[in-house]
Ligand binder design. Structure first.
Ligand SMILES: C=C(O[C@H]1C=CC=C(C(=O)O)[C@@H]1O)C(=O)O
Ligand SMILES: [Mg+2]
Length: 462
C-alpha cells in the first residue's frame, strides 16, 4: 500500500496516476474530514444517483458507515473466507491511499456478507446475493461519534482523463452532501403471509425427537414471513425506523439493484481492533413486560429458566473453544446477564480476548460461524439436519455481515432480525434454538416475537 497526502482531488489523482506501475486498474482511496451531514439524506441521495447503497451502524450508534456505489467487489462461492482474504490482501498491496487521518474504517473499506451455508443451493429468492460479496463503496461516509469522514474510492488506469474524472466526482459529492432529502414515513404493509406454520411446528417436534435419539443437543430452526407493500418499499424509511426503535442493535442494509437485505440485529459475532477481540454469546429469549415490575419478573424468570440456560450455555462453550483456538487471555463471565431490546430480551455473555499473531478478523469469523445460536450443536450434524429438513433458503440470513478495513480491523454481526426486500415484497426471517425441552407452540411464539422489530420497521401491523 502506498500512502500519500494531499489536498484537492484532481491533484491527488494526478499524483496517483504517475505512481501507477501496472497496466491493470489500481485502487486509489482519498479521505477527508468533513463537517456534519445527514446520514439518511446521504443514503437516499445514492438512489437518485442510481447507485447501490450500503449501511452499517454499530450497536451503540456511535459508528456509522454509509456506502454509495461500488468501486470494487470481492466475491466468492467456495472457500469464501480464504478467497476474500487473499483477494483483499492483493488489492491492498497495490492500493494508493491518500489520508492524513489515522482512524479505522476510513479509506478502502469492504462491506458485505457471507452466506449462512456455503454448501446450500442457490435460490431465486436470494438472486444477487449468491456466495459472499463485499463491496468497496465509491463514496464512503464514516462517522465516529461527532467526527465525519468522506472517503472516495476509485479504480484508476494509466490512460484515464483525470480532469474529467475529478469534475464528475465533485458533482456527485456535492449532491450526496447536500442534505436535501426530507423523509416522511410512508411504507405500508398491506398483506402478511406466514410460510407453512403448521409444517414448521411439526419440524420442531421432529427436532426434539431427533435430539432424544442422537448426540445432537440443539438445532436452530428458522421460518419466513412474506409481506406485500402498498407501493415499492423505501429503504431509507426502514433504516430511519430501525435506528429510532431498535436500541442495542446493529442496523444494516446491503442493496443489490432492486433488492435490499436490511435488518437490526443485536448479535455481535466478532469485533477486532488491532489485537483486541470482542465476541458475544446471545441465545435464550423472552418478551418485554408492559410495566417495569412485569419486565423485571420476566427477566428474572429468563435468567433462571433451564431450557433457555441450556440454549445459551451451548453457545458460550462453543464460542469459548473457537476463540481460544486463535486468541489468548480469553475472558468469559460465568453467568449471563440480560440484554434488553425494544420488543424482547436475551441472555447475553460477552467474550474478550487478545488475538494471536498470524490470525485475522476473517479467520475468526470462519471459526465462529455458524455458532450454535444459529445452527445448533454439534455444528456439522446440525448443518446437515438443516440441509435435509429446513425448506427455507437462508441465503444471508443468520450469517456474518460486516466490514473490514485495509488492516483487517472491523466488525461482524450475525444477520438476524432481518428481511430481504424486493420492490413491493419482502421476506422476513426468524429462528429459534430448539433443545430437548422445546415446545413447538412456544418456539412458534418466540419466532413470531422475533419478526416484530422488522415488521414494525417495514410498516406492518404488529
Ligand atoms: C435465530 C435467531 O435468534 C437467535 C439469537 C438469539 C436468541 C435465540 C433464541 O433464543 O432462540 C436464537 O438463537 C433469530 O432471531 O432469528
Ligand atoms: Mg430461544
Amino acid at each position: 500500500m502506498i500512502e500519500t497526502k494531499g489536498r484537492d482531488i484532481e491533484g491527488v489523482l494526478q499524483t496517483a496516476q504517475k505512481q501507477l506501475n501496472k497496466t491493470t486498474p489500481t485502487l486509489v482511496s482519498i479521505t477527508e474530514h468533513i463537517s456534519k451531514v445527514d446520514l439518511l439524506s446521504f443514503f437516499a441521495m445514492g438512489k437518485e444517483l442510481g447507485m447501490n447503497r450500503t449501511f452499517w451502524s454499530d450497536s451503540s450508534q456511535q459508528q456509522f458507515l454509509v456506502g454509495i456505489g461500488e468501486t470494487y467487489t470481492l466475491q466468492a462461492k467456495e472457500h469464501t473466507y480464504e478467497m476474500i482474504q487473499t483477494e483483499w490482501q492483493q488489492l491492498m498491496e497495490h492500493a494508493i491511499v491518500n489520508k492524513s487521518i489515522e482512524v479505522s474504517s476510513i479509506g478502502p473499506v469492504a462491506i458485505g456478507g457471507f452466506p449462512f451455508d456455503e454448501g446450500a443451493h442457490h435460490s431465486d429468492l436470494w438472486q444477487g446475493y449468491e456466495g459472499s460479496k463485499f463491496r468497496i463503496p465509491k463514496y464512503l461516509l464514516t462517522v465516529h461519534g461527532a467526527e465525519y469522514y468522506l472517503s472516495i474510492n476509485l479504480l484508476l488506469t494509466q490512460n484515464c482523463n483525470i480532469s474529467t474524472l475529478a469534475e464528475a466526482i465533485l458533482k456527485e459529492k456535492e449532491q450526496l452532501l447536500s442534505n436535501k432529502v426530507q423523509l416522511d414515513i410512508t411504507n405500508k404493509v398491506i398483506l402478511q403471509h406466514e410460510v407453512d406454520p403448521i409444517e414448521w411446528k411439526d419440524l420442531v417436534k421432529q427436532v426434539t425427537n431427533h435430539i432424544e435419539k442422537t448426540s445432537v443437543e440443539k438445532i436452530v430452526l428458522a421460518r419466513e414471513l412474506q409481506v406485500e407493500f402498498a407501493k415499492c418499499c423505501n429503504i431509507t424509511e426502514v433504516l430511519q425506523r430501525l435506528l429510532d426503535t431498535q436500541q442495542n442493535s446493529y442496523v444494516f442494509a446491503w442493496e443489490k439493484d432492486d433488492a435490499c437485505f436490511v435488518g437490526a440485529t443485536p448479535e455481535r459475532l466478532v469485533k477486532v481492533t488491532n489485537e483486541q477481540l470482542l465476541s458475544t454469546c446471545l441465545a435464550g429469549t423472552a418478551s418485554r413486560g408492559r410495566t417495569k415490575k412485569e419486565d423485571a419478573a420476566i427477566g428474572q424468570a429468563l435468567l433462571h429458566d433451564p431450557k433457555n440456560i441450556k440454549e445459551h450455555q451451548i453457545v458460550v462453550d462453543m464460542i469459548y473453544d473457537a476463540v481460544s483456538s486463535c486468541a489468548h487471555d480469553v475472558v468469559v463471565p460465568t453467568e449471563p446477564v440480560l440484554y434488553p431490546l425494544h420488543h424482547l430480551q436475551h441472555l447475553y455473555t460477552p467474550v474478550v480476548a487478545t488475538l494471536n499473531k498470524g490470525f485475522t478478523l476473517l479467520d475468526i469469523v470462519k471459526k465462529l460461524h455458524p455458532t450454535p445460536a444459529l445452527s445448533g450443536f454439534p455444528q456439522q450434524e446440525s448443518i446437515q439436519f438443516l440441509r435435509e429438513h429446513e425448506s427455507l433458503q437462508r441465503g444471508w440470513y443468520g450469517a456474518p455481515i460486516g466490514w473490514f478495513d485495509a488492516h483487517f480491523n472491523g466488525e461482524f454481526a450475525v444477520a438476524i432480525r432481518s428481511a430481504l426486500v424486493r420492490q413491493s415484497h419482502a421476506s422476513l426471517f426468524a429462528g429459534c434454538g430448539v433443545v430437548r425441552d422445546s415446545d413447538p407452540e412456544m418456539e412458534y411464539e418466540e419466532t413470531k416475537m422475533k419478526f416484530t422489530p422488522m415488521l414494525d420497521a417495514l410498516g406492518g401491523e404488529v
